[in-house]
Design a protein around this ligand. Structure first.
Ligand SMILES: [Zn+2]
Length: 494
């Protein structure tokens, strides 16, 4: 499939797409626009942004087509071997999963606006950008030798996993870890402190590479848009991530957000992009892809996103514990008494996962999932004097499921965790993953091991409690905390 994207009228905030399909040898072709995008497990129905949609043969004659679902067209090919779909995509929204165009920026998530022909998802794709020659393209896709604006994807899955920014205003720097180039691209009215970014990004990237032992891709791109308004959004992709942050007030808050979201999204390069729930492999772009392990995909990633910043020395203890406190508040004070378990809320992401939702119904797979990951990590560390930890669980998940790129099931994750623990973890899965009991007391058992305690109001068993994290005056707890946060296996002498 061949796509050409142009923006002849930037003020109209719309993108013209020409999708060319060759080698047709069937009387009927079905064209599908994705109804959702990986990373956000809800239907977004991108077809509603199509303003105009027409089909032609190579002679410019119209071909008859009709919709058979909200985003699928059936085409009578009348013997033609080639067809062209021309359509206009309204692109006036900026978030980390959208597309936007004006006179100095073309920002595209191909999953929003690239059709595919049913049965041909594994064929190579070419994406041509009609942009001025002085614009730079930032994208995880390889450019052709002929032009930096001609991008090549091995298949449709790769194409739609590679967002791009094209602009004359991109700022860029890069660093190397183990020979892998990591590119940082920034668009927006923001003056990056490149020395600091290179220093901090190198450190958390290296900490993550050390955990898994290798990087899944030959290169990686952090694509960042900084807005004048408050914003915090990141989306993971196979060799890139799209980040949208704001406001651009040059303050520490923006930089801390950048570190937090960048570390989280990089961890996804292993966990979910490659260590993929079986239900999402391959993605079915036509409908809901239900799965119950988002507490691994997002919970474990949320836990490690901040932990890696501390382990790498980018955060000190105080900065890390501040983030942990925010995490506890987000779970306990919003949904500490919710009815659903983590697996139920994972399944229901497709129902209301990204809405506020009704009170006491669901939990966040991010927040409660990260707390469940913390409990498992501290359990493994306490049982083995830090010889084993969640690191080993994730490393085994990488070796067995991520690297060979075969999906894992909930039972696979459980089996790996139990293998690392060397014991049954029925209690853990029953209470933290399948159950809905309030977790303050169990969490406090484990926090005590690392000299921490969560104060909460235990009097009212129906309302979500207010929580306050503090450290205990406990020398051994402090020592265990140091070993956990810096990942020291051998006890510090003296
Ligand atoms: Zn995430």
């Amino acid at each position: 499939m061949y796509y050409k994207i142009t923006c002849p009228l930037p003020a109209s905030r719309s993108i013209e797409v020409e999708c060319r399909l060759t080698g047709i040898d069937t009387p009927v072709v079905e064209l599908q626009l994705p109804s959702w995008r990986p990373g956000r497990y809800e239907l977004q129905n991108f077809a509603k942004n199509l303003q105009r949609f027409e089909l032609f043969d190579t002679e410019g004659r119209r071909l008859a087509c009709h919709k058979i679902t909200k985003d699928r067209w059936r085409v009578q090919t009348n013997g033609v071997s080639e067809l062209v779909a021309r359509y206009t995509y309204y692109s006036n929204v900026i978030n980390a999963g959208s597309s936007f165009s004006d006179d100095r920026l073309l920002y595209v998530n191909p999953v929003n606006l690239c059709l595919y022909a049913e049965g041909r998802l594994s064929e190579p794709c070419t994406l041509e950008l009609g942009i001025p020659s002085d614009w730079t393209v930032a994208c995880g896709l390889a450019a052709s030798d002929e032009s930096p604006a001609l991008l090549k994807a091995a298949d449709f899955y790769e194409l739609v996993d590679c967002p791009l920014m094209a602009s004359p205003d991109l700022k860029h720097d890069q660093y190397l870890i183990d020979g892998v180039p990591f590119h940082v691209w920034i668009h927006g009215n923001f003056k990056p402190d490149w020395e600091r970014i290179r220093h901090d990004f190198s450190r958390f990237s290296e900490a993550q590479l050390r955990l898994y032992g290798e990087f899944p891709e030959p290169e990686y791109h952090f694509l960042t848009i900084v807005l004048p308004t408050a914003f915090y959004h990141g989306v993971e992709h196979r060799n890139s991530t799209m980040l949208v942050l704001g406001p651009n007030d040059e303050g520490e808050g923006l930089y801390t957000d950048l570190l937090g979201v960048a570390s989280h999204e990089l961890f996804h390069a292993w966990n979910v992009i490659r260590i993929r729930p079986a239900e999402l492999l391959p993605y079915d772009f036509t409908r809901e892809n239900y799965f119950s392990t988002c507490f691994v995909a997002e919970g474990v990633t949320t836990y490690y996103g901040d932990l890696m910043l501390r382990r790498a020395g980018v955060f000190d203890d105080a900065a890390y514990l501040k983030e942990l406190h925010v995490l506890f508040k987000r779970h306990f004070e919003a949904s500490g008494r919710a009815f659903q378990s983590l697996v139920e809320s994972s399944w229901d992401l497709w129902l209301d996962g990204y809405d506020k939702g009704v009170p006491h119904r669901k939990v966040s797979v991010y927040h409660k999932g990260a707390i469940a990951a913390l409990i498992l990590d501290l359990h493994l560390r306490r049982q083995t004097d830090h010889l084993r930890s969640l690191d080993e669980v994730m490393r085994l998940m990488w070796d067995r499921f991520g690297k060979p790129f075969i999906g894992y099931t909930l039972e696979d994750y459980r089996a790996v965790a139990e293998e690392v623990a060397g014991e049954s973890l029925d209690w853990y899965f029953d209470r933290c993953i399948f159950g809905n009991e309030p977790l303050e007391d169990l969490l406090n058992e484990y926090l005590a091991f690392v000299g921490l305690h969560l104060d909460y109001d235990a009097a009212d068993h129906t309302a979500n409690p207010s929580v306050l994290l503090h450290s205990l005056p406990d020398i051994d707890g402090q020592l265990q905390r140091d070993r956990w946060l810096s990942n020291q296996v051998v006890p510090v002498a003296g």
